[in-house]
Design a protein around this ligand. Sequence first.
Ligand code: NAP
Length: 248
Amino acid sequence: MFVALPVAPGRAKVAVDGARALGIRGLSVTMPHKESVIPALDGLTPAASALGAVNCVLRAPHDDGLLLGDNTDGAGFLGGLRADFDLDVTGKRAVVLGAGGAGRAVVHALAGAGASSVVVVNRGSDRGLRAAGIAGGVGSFVAADDRDGFAGAVAGADLLVNATPIGMHVDGSDDTSPVPATWMRADLVVADLVYHPSVTPLMAAAGDAGARTANGLSMLVHQAAIAFEHWTGVSAPLEAMAVAAGGS
Ligand code: NAP
């Protein structure tokens, strides 16, 4: 059984202690608790430790009394890339737009999977530099208003990832793309983390140029599948989960 349990800001530790006492097998963690939950846990996976954020709590494999924090977004993103594009990022040059929680997870995953360069393009430089730093020696930062640097990064990329909310339709208001259509080309792979609408303005422009595109539904499903496997120890029913999430 998977149930939603609202937890007030500042109450993450109380919630985790309650889960321990009740023998709950795992927790999904959402904002605003992704960072504040960490002191309540017994350990972190390398991804959660590098990102300083937890979205999944699980029982330690060899000691059921210990609770570990993981961050499944990056591994979910890579799983989505494999499913959507059959893409291995080893040696690939990537540009990541956005440096928030999702952008940082993508940057960490791409660098860990062997991308040869990861350029973070972000509006704000503090978050952009922090995200680029997560990629270590292969990471670099370009400010979004440095249009020449931005265009050059996209021109030199194999993979373009949108990890900003630009193009997301909540109330039908945002039909903009984070990248000019004229920068798109057929040999670019474009992964938009936005999945509503299912074809975002960025994907439409990239598709018109002949590029392969996918929205964020696969990432959503794959990160949830990783959590399911952490909690149950059995393979996740990926196809059923994709259908339930609105994919095919
Ligand atoms: P976040 O922590 O709030 O970060 C948002 C990022 O987007 C920041 O880098 C921000 O730049 C940038 N940004 C926001 N509005 C912008 C604008 N109008 N112009 C330029 N840059 C803008 O959000 P997040 O959690 O990383 O999520 C980002 C997107 O990914 C959202 O659309 C979310 O729905 C999606 N997402 C999808 C999945 C999935 O499974 N598919 C998972 C997680 C997130 P500044 O730093 O300059 O403010």
